[in-house]
Design a protein around this ligand. Structure first.
Ligand code: MUC
Ligand code: MG
Length: 367
Protein backbone atom coordinates (compact mmCIF):
# COMPACT_ATOMS: atom_id res chain seq x y z
CA UNK A 1 0.00 0.00 0.00
CA UNK A 2 3.01 2.31 -0.37
CA UNK A 3 2.97 4.84 -3.21
CA UNK A 4 6.01 4.35 -5.45
CA UNK A 5 5.15 6.57 -8.45
CA UNK A 6 3.06 9.64 -9.28
CA UNK A 7 2.49 10.58 -12.93
CA UNK A 8 0.94 13.67 -14.52
CA UNK A 9 -0.02 13.00 -18.13
CA UNK A 10 -1.32 15.95 -20.20
CA UNK A 11 -3.84 15.10 -22.90
CA UNK A 12 -6.25 16.97 -25.13
CA UNK A 13 -9.60 15.91 -26.59
CA UNK A 14 -11.59 18.49 -28.60
CA UNK A 15 -15.15 19.49 -27.86
CA UNK A 16 -17.71 19.33 -30.69
CA UNK A 17 -18.53 22.94 -29.93
CA UNK A 18 -17.01 25.32 -27.40
CA UNK A 19 -18.74 25.79 -24.05
CA UNK A 20 -18.88 29.54 -23.49
CA UNK A 21 -19.72 31.36 -20.26
CA UNK A 22 -19.09 34.76 -18.66
CA UNK A 23 -15.61 34.01 -17.31
CA UNK A 24 -14.20 32.08 -20.29
CA UNK A 25 -14.71 29.25 -22.72
CA UNK A 26 -13.59 25.66 -23.14
CA UNK A 27 -12.80 24.33 -26.64
CA UNK A 28 -10.92 21.18 -25.72
CA UNK A 29 -10.54 18.98 -22.66
CA UNK A 30 -6.86 19.85 -22.21
CA UNK A 31 -6.59 18.10 -18.87
CA UNK A 32 -4.00 16.17 -16.88
CA UNK A 33 -4.47 12.52 -15.95
CA UNK A 34 -2.91 11.97 -12.53
CA UNK A 35 -1.92 8.40 -11.62
CA UNK A 36 -0.47 6.95 -8.44
CA UNK A 37 1.08 3.48 -8.42
CA UNK A 38 1.66 1.41 -5.28
CA UNK A 39 4.31 -1.17 -4.49
CA UNK A 40 1.57 -3.80 -4.96
CA UNK A 41 1.21 -2.70 -8.59
CA UNK A 42 -2.17 -1.02 -8.02
CA UNK A 43 -2.79 2.11 -10.12
CA UNK A 44 -5.24 4.82 -9.04
CA UNK A 45 -6.23 7.57 -11.49
CA UNK A 46 -8.10 10.88 -11.47
CA UNK A 47 -8.41 13.93 -13.70
CA UNK A 48 -7.21 17.52 -13.21
CA UNK A 49 -9.04 20.01 -15.49
CA UNK A 50 -7.03 23.26 -15.46
CA UNK A 51 -9.31 26.30 -15.48
CA UNK A 52 -7.06 29.37 -15.67
CA UNK A 53 -10.03 31.75 -15.60
CA UNK A 54 -11.22 30.26 -12.32
CA UNK A 55 -8.18 29.02 -10.39
CA UNK A 56 -5.15 30.27 -12.32
CA UNK A 57 -3.97 26.74 -13.13
CA UNK A 58 -2.75 25.76 -16.61
CA UNK A 59 -2.14 22.33 -18.12
CA UNK A 60 1.66 22.78 -18.05
CA UNK A 61 1.42 24.25 -14.58
CA UNK A 62 -0.50 21.24 -13.26
CA UNK A 63 2.09 18.85 -14.72
CA UNK A 64 4.92 20.92 -13.22
CA UNK A 65 3.42 21.23 -9.74
CA UNK A 66 2.58 17.52 -9.59
CA UNK A 67 5.99 16.40 -10.86
CA UNK A 68 8.17 18.96 -9.11
CA UNK A 69 6.43 19.63 -5.79
CA UNK A 70 3.74 17.06 -5.04
CA UNK A 71 5.19 13.75 -6.27
CA UNK A 72 8.21 13.95 -3.93
CA UNK A 73 5.80 14.62 -1.02
CA UNK A 74 3.59 11.66 -1.92
CA UNK A 75 6.07 8.97 -2.97
CA UNK A 76 6.96 6.71 -0.05
CA UNK A 77 3.70 7.39 1.83
CA UNK A 78 1.01 4.75 2.38
CA UNK A 79 -2.52 4.86 0.94
CA UNK A 80 -3.84 5.18 4.51
CA UNK A 81 -1.81 8.33 5.23
CA UNK A 82 -4.10 10.63 3.27
CA UNK A 83 -4.44 13.32 5.95
CA UNK A 84 -0.68 13.64 6.31
CA UNK A 85 -0.24 13.72 2.53
CA UNK A 86 -2.87 16.45 2.14
CA UNK A 87 -1.25 18.45 4.94
CA UNK A 88 2.00 18.41 2.96
CA UNK A 89 0.28 19.39 -0.30
CA UNK A 90 -1.50 22.26 1.51
CA UNK A 91 1.86 23.89 2.20
CA UNK A 92 1.73 24.92 -1.48
CA UNK A 93 -1.00 27.51 -1.93
CA UNK A 94 -3.54 27.26 -4.77
CA UNK A 95 -3.41 24.47 -7.36
CA UNK A 96 -6.80 23.02 -6.35
CA UNK A 97 -7.37 20.67 -9.28
CA UNK A 98 -3.83 19.24 -9.06
CA UNK A 99 -4.30 18.54 -5.34
CA UNK A 100 -7.82 17.16 -5.84
CA UNK A 101 -6.66 14.75 -8.54
CA UNK A 102 -3.95 13.38 -6.25
CA UNK A 103 -6.50 12.93 -3.45
CA UNK A 104 -8.94 11.09 -5.72
CA UNK A 105 -6.23 8.95 -7.34
CA UNK A 106 -5.21 7.84 -3.84
CA UNK A 107 -8.84 7.00 -3.00
CA UNK A 108 -9.09 5.08 -6.30
CA UNK A 109 -5.94 3.09 -5.48
CA UNK A 110 -7.28 2.39 -1.97
CA UNK A 111 -10.61 1.12 -3.32
CA UNK A 112 -8.84 -1.09 -5.84
CA UNK A 113 -6.53 -2.44 -3.12
CA UNK A 114 -9.50 -3.25 -0.87
CA UNK A 115 -11.53 -4.43 -3.89
CA UNK A 116 -14.34 -2.07 -2.89
CA UNK A 117 -16.10 0.88 -4.54
CA UNK A 118 -15.03 4.32 -3.32
CA UNK A 119 -18.66 5.49 -3.34
CA UNK A 120 -19.40 2.88 -0.67
CA UNK A 121 -16.33 3.82 1.35
CA UNK A 122 -17.45 7.47 1.26
CA UNK A 123 -21.01 6.81 2.33
CA UNK A 124 -22.90 4.54 -0.06
CA UNK A 125 -26.22 6.42 0.20
CA UNK A 126 -27.60 5.61 -3.27
CA UNK A 127 -26.46 4.24 -6.63
CA UNK A 128 -27.45 7.11 -8.96
CA UNK A 129 -28.03 10.82 -9.39
CA UNK A 130 -30.42 12.87 -11.45
CA UNK A 131 -28.52 14.86 -14.08
CA UNK A 132 -28.53 18.60 -14.72
CA UNK A 133 -27.17 19.78 -18.08
CA UNK A 134 -25.26 23.05 -18.38
CA UNK A 135 -26.16 25.20 -21.41
CA UNK A 136 -23.41 27.59 -22.59
CA UNK A 137 -23.93 30.91 -24.37
CA UNK A 138 -25.60 30.80 -27.76
CA UNK A 139 -28.59 32.16 -29.61
CA UNK A 140 -31.92 31.45 -27.83
CA UNK A 141 -33.15 29.06 -30.54
CA UNK A 142 -29.90 27.07 -30.44
CA UNK A 143 -30.01 26.76 -26.66
CA UNK A 144 -33.66 25.67 -26.75
CA UNK A 145 -32.94 22.98 -29.35
CA UNK A 146 -29.92 21.83 -27.30
CA UNK A 147 -32.19 21.48 -24.26
CA UNK A 148 -34.77 19.58 -26.30
CA UNK A 149 -32.07 17.28 -27.67
CA UNK A 150 -30.78 16.52 -24.17
CA UNK A 151 -34.29 15.75 -22.99
CA UNK A 152 -35.08 13.50 -25.97
CA UNK A 153 -31.77 11.63 -26.01
CA UNK A 154 -31.05 11.36 -22.29
CA UNK A 155 -34.24 12.23 -20.43
CA UNK A 156 -32.60 15.25 -18.81
CA UNK A 157 -35.12 17.71 -17.36
CA UNK A 158 -32.89 20.01 -15.29
CA UNK A 159 -30.81 22.72 -16.95
CA UNK A 160 -28.29 25.24 -15.70
CA UNK A 161 -28.27 28.23 -18.01
CA UNK A 162 -25.14 30.34 -18.35
CA UNK A 163 -25.86 34.05 -17.93
CA UNK A 164 -23.77 37.13 -17.11
CA UNK A 165 -23.59 38.90 -20.49
CA UNK A 166 -24.28 42.54 -21.27
CA UNK A 167 -26.85 43.77 -21.98
CA UNK A 168 -28.65 41.48 -19.53
CA UNK A 169 -31.50 41.14 -22.05
CA UNK A 170 -29.25 38.81 -24.06
CA UNK A 171 -29.57 36.29 -21.26
CA UNK A 172 -33.05 37.00 -19.96
CA UNK A 173 -34.32 36.41 -23.51
CA UNK A 174 -32.58 33.02 -23.56
CA UNK A 175 -34.03 31.93 -20.22
CA UNK A 176 -37.51 33.05 -21.30
CA UNK A 177 -37.14 31.13 -24.58
CA UNK A 178 -36.03 28.03 -22.66
CA UNK A 179 -39.04 28.22 -20.34
CA UNK A 180 -41.37 28.64 -23.32
CA UNK A 181 -39.63 26.01 -25.46
CA UNK A 182 -39.09 23.35 -22.79
CA UNK A 183 -42.33 23.86 -20.89
CA UNK A 184 -43.26 24.37 -17.24
CA UNK A 185 -41.99 21.01 -15.96
CA UNK A 186 -38.25 21.42 -16.52
CA UNK A 187 -36.11 22.81 -13.72
CA UNK A 188 -34.13 25.89 -14.78
CA UNK A 189 -31.47 27.77 -12.84
CA UNK A 190 -28.81 30.30 -13.81
CA UNK A 191 -25.06 30.74 -13.36
CA UNK A 192 -23.48 34.14 -14.02
CA UNK A 193 -19.79 33.28 -13.44
CA UNK A 194 -19.41 36.77 -11.88
CA UNK A 195 -20.37 38.50 -15.13
CA UNK A 196 -22.86 41.04 -13.83
CA UNK A 197 -22.70 43.77 -11.23
CA UNK A 198 -25.00 43.18 -8.28
CA UNK A 199 -27.45 45.77 -9.56
CA UNK A 200 -27.49 44.26 -13.07
CA UNK A 201 -28.10 40.87 -11.48
CA UNK A 202 -30.95 42.23 -9.33
CA UNK A 203 -32.58 43.72 -12.45
CA UNK A 204 -32.16 40.51 -14.45
CA UNK A 205 -33.59 38.35 -11.68
CA UNK A 206 -36.58 40.72 -11.36
CA UNK A 207 -37.11 40.48 -15.12
CA UNK A 208 -37.07 36.65 -14.83
CA UNK A 209 -39.22 36.50 -11.69
CA UNK A 210 -42.08 34.76 -13.52
CA UNK A 211 -39.86 32.01 -14.97
CA UNK A 212 -39.74 29.74 -11.92
CA UNK A 213 -35.95 29.65 -11.53
CA UNK A 214 -34.78 27.46 -8.65
CA UNK A 215 -31.21 28.66 -8.01
CA UNK A 216 -28.99 31.64 -8.88
CA UNK A 217 -25.25 30.94 -8.96
CA UNK A 218 -22.34 33.37 -8.76
CA UNK A 219 -24.12 36.25 -10.48
CA UNK A 220 -21.70 39.01 -9.42
CA UNK A 221 -18.10 39.15 -8.15
CA UNK A 222 -17.83 37.89 -4.58
CA UNK A 223 -15.06 40.44 -4.01
CA UNK A 224 -17.76 43.11 -4.26
CA UNK A 225 -18.44 42.07 -0.68
CA UNK A 226 -21.24 44.43 0.34
CA UNK A 227 -22.92 44.35 -3.08
CA UNK A 228 -22.89 40.56 -3.10
CA UNK A 229 -24.51 40.53 0.35
CA UNK A 230 -27.05 43.16 -0.77
CA UNK A 231 -27.93 40.93 -3.74
CA UNK A 232 -28.03 37.69 -1.77
CA UNK A 233 -30.40 39.12 0.78
CA UNK A 234 -32.98 40.28 -1.75
CA UNK A 235 -33.21 37.22 -4.03
CA UNK A 236 -35.94 34.74 -3.20
CA UNK A 237 -34.11 31.66 -4.51
CA UNK A 238 -31.02 30.05 -2.94
CA UNK A 239 -27.89 31.86 -4.10
CA UNK A 240 -25.20 29.30 -4.93
CA UNK A 241 -21.54 30.06 -4.28
CA UNK A 242 -19.33 28.20 -6.75
CA UNK A 243 -15.91 29.69 -7.57
CA UNK A 244 -16.17 32.01 -4.56
CA UNK A 245 -16.39 29.04 -2.18
CA UNK A 246 -13.69 26.51 -2.98
CA UNK A 247 -12.47 25.75 0.55
CA UNK A 248 -14.26 25.30 3.88
CA UNK A 249 -13.04 28.75 4.95
CA UNK A 250 -14.41 30.41 1.80
CA UNK A 251 -17.67 28.50 2.20
CA UNK A 252 -17.98 29.81 5.75
CA UNK A 253 -17.26 33.39 4.65
CA UNK A 254 -19.76 33.31 1.76
CA UNK A 255 -22.52 31.81 3.90
CA UNK A 256 -21.98 33.91 7.02
CA UNK A 257 -21.68 37.13 4.99
CA UNK A 258 -25.12 36.47 3.52
CA UNK A 259 -23.78 36.57 -0.06
CA UNK A 260 -24.66 32.89 -0.57
CA UNK A 261 -27.19 30.45 0.80
CA UNK A 262 -26.18 27.24 -1.03
CA UNK A 263 -22.85 25.76 -2.12
CA UNK A 264 -21.59 24.09 -5.30
CA UNK A 265 -19.36 21.12 -4.50
CA UNK A 266 -16.91 20.11 -7.23
CA UNK A 267 -14.74 17.05 -6.77
CA UNK A 268 -12.45 18.47 -9.48
CA UNK A 269 -11.28 21.15 -7.02
CA UNK A 270 -11.78 19.58 -3.58
CA UNK A 271 -11.29 15.89 -4.34
CA UNK A 272 -13.24 13.40 -2.26
CA UNK A 273 -11.68 14.38 1.06
CA UNK A 274 -12.11 18.14 0.73
CA UNK A 275 -15.59 17.73 -0.78
CA UNK A 276 -16.67 15.79 2.30
CA UNK A 277 -15.30 18.60 4.49
CA UNK A 278 -17.35 21.16 2.55
CA UNK A 279 -20.41 18.89 2.60
CA UNK A 280 -20.26 18.31 6.35
CA UNK A 281 -19.84 22.03 6.95
CA UNK A 282 -22.95 22.67 4.83
CA UNK A 283 -24.85 19.98 6.70
CA UNK A 284 -23.86 21.53 10.00
CA UNK A 285 -24.97 24.96 8.82
CA UNK A 286 -28.13 23.58 7.22
CA UNK A 287 -27.63 24.74 3.63
CA UNK A 288 -28.29 22.98 0.35
CA UNK A 289 -25.52 21.83 -1.97
CA UNK A 290 -25.28 21.20 -5.71
CA UNK A 291 -22.78 18.78 -7.24
CA UNK A 292 -21.23 21.08 -9.82
CA UNK A 293 -19.34 20.55 -13.07
CA UNK A 294 -15.83 21.82 -13.75
CA UNK A 295 -16.41 21.11 -17.45
CA UNK A 296 -15.37 17.55 -16.64
CA UNK A 297 -14.73 14.63 -18.94
CA UNK A 298 -15.99 11.16 -18.11
CA UNK A 299 -13.36 10.38 -15.45
CA UNK A 300 -14.11 13.66 -13.66
CA UNK A 301 -17.84 13.06 -14.02
CA UNK A 302 -17.45 9.57 -12.56
CA UNK A 303 -15.77 11.19 -9.55
CA UNK A 304 -18.67 13.64 -9.19
CA UNK A 305 -21.30 10.89 -9.16
CA UNK A 306 -19.20 8.69 -6.85
CA UNK A 307 -19.15 11.51 -4.28
CA UNK A 308 -22.65 12.77 -5.01
CA UNK A 309 -24.40 9.41 -4.73
CA UNK A 310 -22.53 8.60 -1.54
CA UNK A 311 -24.47 11.12 0.56
CA UNK A 312 -28.09 12.16 1.06
CA UNK A 313 -27.49 15.89 0.72
CA UNK A 314 -25.36 15.73 -2.43
CA UNK A 315 -27.85 13.42 -4.17
CA UNK A 316 -30.94 15.43 -3.24
CA UNK A 317 -30.59 17.76 -6.22
CA UNK A 318 -29.67 16.93 -9.80
CA UNK A 319 -25.89 16.95 -10.26
CA UNK A 320 -24.15 18.65 -13.18
CA UNK A 321 -22.92 15.45 -14.81
CA UNK A 322 -23.41 15.71 -18.55
CA UNK A 323 -21.02 18.10 -20.28
CA UNK A 324 -18.79 15.22 -21.39
CA UNK A 325 -21.56 14.57 -23.93
CA UNK A 326 -20.17 17.50 -25.92
CA UNK A 327 -16.69 15.94 -26.26
CA UNK A 328 -15.63 14.20 -29.48
CA UNK A 329 -14.19 11.25 -27.52
CA UNK A 330 -13.04 10.33 -24.02
CA UNK A 331 -10.52 8.20 -22.14
CA UNK A 332 -12.61 5.42 -20.62
CA UNK A 333 -12.96 1.85 -21.83
CA UNK A 334 -16.73 1.91 -21.09
CA UNK A 335 -18.44 5.26 -21.71
CA UNK A 336 -20.73 6.69 -19.03
CA UNK A 337 -24.36 6.61 -20.15
CA UNK A 338 -27.13 8.96 -19.05
CA UNK A 339 -30.55 7.47 -19.40
CA UNK A 340 -33.94 8.54 -18.09
CA UNK A 341 -32.25 11.69 -16.81
CA UNK A 342 -30.05 9.68 -14.43
CA UNK A 343 -26.43 8.62 -14.21
CA UNK A 344 -25.66 5.39 -12.36
CA UNK A 345 -22.54 5.17 -10.22
CA UNK A 346 -19.96 2.96 -11.97
CA UNK A 347 -19.88 -0.41 -10.23
CA UNK A 348 -16.19 -1.39 -10.34
CA UNK A 349 -13.63 -1.20 -7.57
CA UNK A 350 -12.17 2.20 -6.71
CA UNK A 351 -13.81 5.01 -8.66
CA UNK A 352 -15.18 2.22 -10.83
CA UNK A 353 -13.97 3.13 -14.31
CA UNK A 354 -10.96 2.15 -16.43
CA UNK A 355 -8.77 4.39 -18.58
CA UNK A 356 -8.28 2.88 -22.04
CA UNK A 357 -4.51 2.72 -22.70
CA UNK A 358 -5.00 3.10 -26.47
CA UNK A 359 -7.11 6.22 -26.05
CA UNK A 360 -4.62 7.69 -23.62
CA UNK A 361 -1.82 6.98 -26.11
CA UNK A 362 -3.84 8.69 -28.86
CA UNK A 363 -4.67 11.85 -26.91
CA UNK A 364 -1.65 12.39 -24.64
CA UNK A 365 0.44 15.33 -25.80
CA UNK A 366 3.70 14.62 -23.98
CA UNK A 367 4.99 12.01 -26.46
C1 MUC B 1 -19.59 26.52 -13.54
O1 MUC B 1 -20.43 26.06 -12.78
O2 MUC B 1 -19.21 27.66 -13.35
C2 MUC B 1 -17.49 27.16 -15.82
C3 MUC B 1 -16.42 27.77 -15.29
C4 MUC B 1 -15.98 27.01 -14.22
O3 MUC B 1 -15.04 27.22 -13.49
O4 MUC B 1 -16.78 25.93 -14.09
C5 MUC B 1 -17.72 25.91 -15.13
C6 MUC B 1 -19.09 25.65 -14.65
MG1 MG C 1 -20.64 27.94 -11.63
Amino acid sequence: MKIVAVEAIPYSIPYRKPLRFASGEVRAASHVLVRVTTDDGIVGAADAPPRPFTYGETQRGVVAVVEDLFAPQVIGRGLLEREAILEDLARTVGNPTAKAAIDMAIWDALGRTLEMPVTGLLGGYTDRMRVSHMLGFDEPAVMVSEGQRMRELHGISTFKVKVGRRPVALDTAVVRALREGLGPDVELYVDGNRGWTASEAAGAMAEMADLGLTLAEELCPADDVLSARWLGQQLDVPVVADESATTPAEVTRQLLSGAASAISIKTARTGFTGSQRVLHLCEGLGVEVVVGNQVDGQLGTACSVVLGAAHRRTSARAGELSNFLDMTDDLLTEPLRISGGELLVPTGHGIGVEVDPEKLARYRIDR
